[in-house]
Structures are given as C-alpha cells and as structure tokens.
Design a protein. Structure first.
Length: 165
C-alpha cells in the first residue's frame, strides 16, 4: 500500500479565487495609504500650484481601489485554481521598481523614468535596442510635456538640477 503525503498550505484552505484575495489585499492597502495621506504637510499657496499634495496620491489610490473591486468581483465569479509559484521575473520586476523609487531623488524623475524604460523591458527579454532608445527618450519627454509644461507640475530634477541653472 503506497503512502501519500499531502502538504498543507494555509492559502489552499480558503475557497476564494486568488483574484479576490489579491483584490481584498489591495483594497485594504489602499485604505491604509489613503489614511496616511491625511498626514501630508500643507504646502504654502504660492508653491501648491493650485493642487494639494494629497491630490495625485489619492487619485492613484482611488483608481487602484476601483480596479481592485473589479478584481474582487472577477475572483468571486471564477472558480479557485491551484496557486502557481512566483516566477523569478516577478521578483526581478519588483526589485527594479524598488531601485527606481530609491533613485528618484538623486537622479530625478526624468532620468529615472528614462533608465526604467530601458532596464525593465530588457529584464523582460526585449532586445530591440533601437526601440528601447526611442522609448527611453520619448517617454520622459512626453511626461515632461504633459505634466511640467501643460499642467505646471514640478518633478524632482536630481542630476538635471545642475544643468537647469
């Protein structure tokens, strides 16, 4: 008689689809982060650009919450499927995004976005270098035109501050 061993995973004990579980976690995280935006310091009127410092973070959090609700609904409709292990590429992507966040202050927004536009696709296997160069130049330029020129929003300049004087 063959003896079988069964490994138990606490995540396999609940009946929800992974989308619903992730959606619930995202909604909870967004709620905490939204609450934390209440502690942002007030910006003097002459520096606020008619936009309070909480506007964009809260906008992103509200949109993320709405998409998470859709994920929850989808997860309630779909049957539960076995969980796959996290792929190395997901962890690599998380590491790259974390590095980009840490580089934002010293390099500035535009240089960081430009670097991210090259490193992220290369990590995912992209090897069409001409397209990567175009993306690395066009994406920060588009962000600059839309946010800085059209909307008057200032981003951290980082290294570019030395050249802006």
């Amino acid at each position: 008689m063959a003896r079988t061993t069964r490994s138990w995973n606490i995540l396999s004990l609940h009946p929800l689809h992974q989308d619903a579980t992730v959606g619930l976690g995202l909604v909870a995280g967004c709620a905490v982060l939204y609450w934390m935006t209440g502690s942002f310091p007030e910006v003097p009127a002459m520096l606020s650009q008619n936009v309070p410092p909480t506007f964009f973070p809260r906008l992103v959090l509200v949109v993320t919450t709405l998409m998470s609700v859709v994920l929850i609904i989808r997860g309630l409709i779909l049957p539960r499927v076995p969980k796959e292990p996290i792929k190395k590429r997901v962890l690599l992507t998380a590491g790259i995004v974390t590095a980009a966040i840490l580089l934002m202050q010293p390099l500035g927004m535009l240089l960081t976005v430009s670097l991210l536009a090259v490193v992220m696709p290369m990590a995912w296997g992209e090897r069409r270098y001409r397209r990567l160069v175009i993306l690395a130049l066009a994406l920060p330029l588009a962000i600059h035109l839309v946010f800085t020129v059209a909307l008057g929003i200032r981003f951290p300049l980082g290294l570019l501050a030395a050249f802006s004087s």
